[in-house]
Write a protein that binds this ligand. Sequence first.
Ligand SMILES: NC(=O)c1ccc[n+]([C@@H]2O[C@H](COP(=O)([O-])OP(=O)(O)OC[C@H]3O[C@@H](n4cnc5c(N)ncnc54)[C@H](OP(=O)(O)O)[C@@H]3O)[C@@H](O)[C@H]2O)c1
Length: 243
Amino acid sequence: MSELNGKVVVITGASSGIGETTARLLASLGAHVVIGARRVERLESLASDIQGDGGSVVIQQLDVTELEQMQAIIGAAQSRFGRVDAIINNAGVMPLSSLEALKIEEWNRMIDVNIRGVLHGIATGLPVMKKQGFGHFINIASTGAYEVTPTAAVYCATKYAVRAITDGLRQETVGLGIRVTLVSPGVTESELAESITDNQAREFMKEYRRNALPTKAIARAIVYALEQPVHVDVSELVIKPSM
Ligand SMILES: NC(=O)c1ccc[n+]([C@@H]2O[C@H](COP(=O)([O-])OP(=O)(O)OC[C@H]3O[C@@H](n4cnc5c(N)ncnc54)[C@H](OP(=O)(O)O)[C@@H]3O)[C@@H](O)[C@H]2O)c1
């Protein structure tokens, strides 16, 4: 039986891509998955698949930029299962463009979802985990948390921020029974690049994203971190295509 059997895992941004595949994999390993995103119809369809395969799932409409909605999904996990073993702060957006395009609304959206969303997950989950004396944050950054590419200055800035916040959280929670993992995917098949409105960035990304990992590669990395014994903190995982 998997180490994850019976564990309660909240996943933000579970309606597509990495979050969706991670939800399917965790549920297949016996975890109770509590999944959130804005597109509820996608969550409903995913939940029906998971339940059809005998898995346990709760869905909750979630916009991570709204603190109250993050509180609601963590609250739903607590009231249904009485505990929260892990929170995967995965929701993210990537409307890339060069800075000179001045797409300020898109910069703000990346800051709101990618940084503020993760902070809302921490603000809500940390008191719960401290009280429990256990818990695990998995924050999804990117290889863009380590290097900047053209048209990705703001996106990378948000991911550098997630990396910094995650490192700070780890340092502050040592000894509390709380584990903290940063997972940084390289290019991975998903809907992420569909939010790009800038023609130059869209063309650049077509070539850049040609060689992509399947989402299962990232889901397996997340499972690896979650499955470790409680005294083992996997701090950072960077996953890139090998070809
Ligand atoms: N794919 C890659 O190449 C890659 C590489 C490095 C890092 N990442 C990171 O991986 C994470 C997952 O992305 P993905 O690749 O799986 O892309 P995706 O298929 O576009 O998934 C993004 C998820 O985030 C959700 N989301 C967006 N805004 C949200 C909001 N305000 N509140 C709640 N959920 C929101 C989306 O759901 P709704 O639209 O239904 O809300 C969707 O479920 C992101 O943090 C991304 O930056 C991806």
